[in-house]
Write a protein that binds this ligand. Sequence first.
Ligand code: NAP
Length: 210
Amino acid sequence: MTSKHPESPLTIAVIGGGVIGRTLARAWRRSGHGVTFGVRRPQDDDLLQFAAGIGANVAAIDTALAEADTVLLAIAGNAMPQVVPQLAPNLAGKTVIDATNNVGSPVLNSIADLSALAPTAHIYRAFNTVGWENFADPVYGDTIGDLLYSGPDGTVRQAVEKLIGDTGLRPVHLGDNDKAHLADALTALWFTLAFEQGYGRGVGFKVLTR
Ligand SMILES: NC(=O)c1ccc[n+]([C@@H]2O[C@H](COP(=O)([O-])OP(=O)(O)OC[C@H]3O[C@@H](n4cnc5c(N)ncnc54)[C@H](OP(=O)(O)O)[C@@H]3O)[C@@H](O)[C@H]2O)c1
């Protein structure tokens, strides 16, 4: 449950069995969290094999959600307007992290729909700003990268910070979800640097602090 001590292992539903879901699932399994992929094709051989390799489970989306205290949304961003209303009744009271980018839409995140349709969920915007390579390897020479994220303060936020830290990145809180647009601006910056300016998909971010 979301009232767990922030250091306690979580029961995480990773909705989406693509590259970002798999990368984060691997990091979270390494840190001792329980992970079940919730996907529309739970018999997919490739995902079943991957999940078995990291000690995760694969289930239908509703089954994965029913068991979870924490939910990562990691499906194609352009599917979110259709999928969120279907998921919402099963998100009540849970920690929900929106990692999706609805590229081509005026707003990349789905925070507004999630907040309206799952008002008791604890909703965060995280893991959207950089490519999956940065979650798999968060070290840049001598520097550890940062992950900037938004969402409400409190005990749940500490658990979300731990999930970010489980990847090796340092969490940097931007504030509540009225700042989610700042995380999304970073996504746009990441795309520009990675693909237009030639830095490649491994480019990451660091906030200099004293
Ligand atoms: N890749 C990255 O580096 C990265 C980084 C940060 C954020 N993101 C965001 O994370 C999300 C996933 O990216 P990805 O790279 O992991 O994509 P991906 O490898 O293409 O995987 C997409 C996943 O979404 C699922 N999906 C698509 N439409 C769906 C629907 N209508 N209902 C249920 N599931 C659906 C797919 O399921 P099927 O296999 O059944 O089609 C698949 O599991 C995207 O929104 C992306 O913008 C990606």
